[in-house]
Design a protein around this ligand. Structure first.
Ligand code: BTN
Length: 243
């Protein structure tokens, strides 16, 4: 598949840009990168702070055959791909927080937003995978959780955003090809060994599930060991329980 790369100085959201390109009938795999976003979007309707020149804002339009069901686990696969790319660049201790936040020991480094575009034709589904990664992030107004950046975690290394972006695009292509061939099974191990929740005291579903983080099952659900056994969490938010 040919890649159709658009590099923008400014855009509302690279995810929105890829959606526009798909709707305009662009050929190849649409990929958009921007220097800043004026309405960067995060998961759960949140805003993604997207200051100019500091970070990576990247989106790709991906096509899958086999209906919406084949998308189970895709978020996790994308997290593994980003972690692989960063490790290849020499970033140590890259963690993943279910379902697909990228973590370093001192906080969130990046996030992934998967948006369903719809069914192109019977069984052929399209999604937009948007990846935001803090590279030189200097300040984050109104961000309510600890965050990290590559420049802070690895000050000795001066990767450019295009180097990082290239490595991530490569890794996503590889991971998506493998995922399309054989599904999620092969990714479970590589996701699990980066699980930042493993063994931690957690709560989910607004607090009605409490227990200890136990990794993911074959379908990519997060498992919490509670007093009543393992409870799979399919969607929603899991947070650390503060004792
Ligand atoms: C999250 O909430 O953790 C996911 C954040 C995803 C942000 C990226 S930046 C590139 C792409 N364009 C957007 O508007 N959002 C995603």
């Amino acid at each position: 598949q040919e890649l159709s790369l658009t590099v923008l100085d400014e855009v509302d959201s690279t995810n929105a840009e890829v959606i526009r390109q798909i709707n305009a009938g662009s050929k190849g795999v649409p990929v958009a990168i921007a220097d800043c976003q004026t309405s960067g979007r995060g998961r759960r309707g949140r805003v993604w702070q997207s200051p100019r020149g500091e970070n990576l804002y990247l989106s790709m339009g991906l096509t899958f055959h086999g209906g919406f069901g084949v998308l189970d686990g895709l978020s996790l696969v994308l997290g593994v791909a980003v972690a692989n790319a960063l490790e290849r660049l020499g970033v140590p201790e890259v963690g993943l927080k279910w379902p697909n936040d990228i973590f370093l020991p001192d906080g969130k480094l990046g996030g992934i937003l998967v948006e369903l575009q719809g069914e192109l034709e019977e069984g052929v589904v399209q999604v937009i995978a948007g990846i935001g990664l803090n590279v030189h992030m200097s300040r984050a107004d109104g961000v309510d959780q600890p965050w990290s950046s590559l420049a802070r975690a690895c000050p000795q290394v001066g990767w450019s955003r295009s180097q990082i972006g290239g490595a991530i695009i490569d890794a996503v292509f590889d991971a998506v090809a493998l995922f399309s061939d054989i599904g999620f099974a092969d990714f479970r191990e590589s996701w699990q060994r980066r699980d930042v929740f493993m063994g931690k005291s957690l709560k989910a579903r607004g607090g009605d599930v409490e227990g200890v983080g136990c990794g993911i099952d074959d379908a990519g659900n997060y498992q919490i060991r509670t007093e009543n056994g393992l409870v799979p969490v399919r969607a929603g938010e899991i947070s650390l329980r503060v004792a």
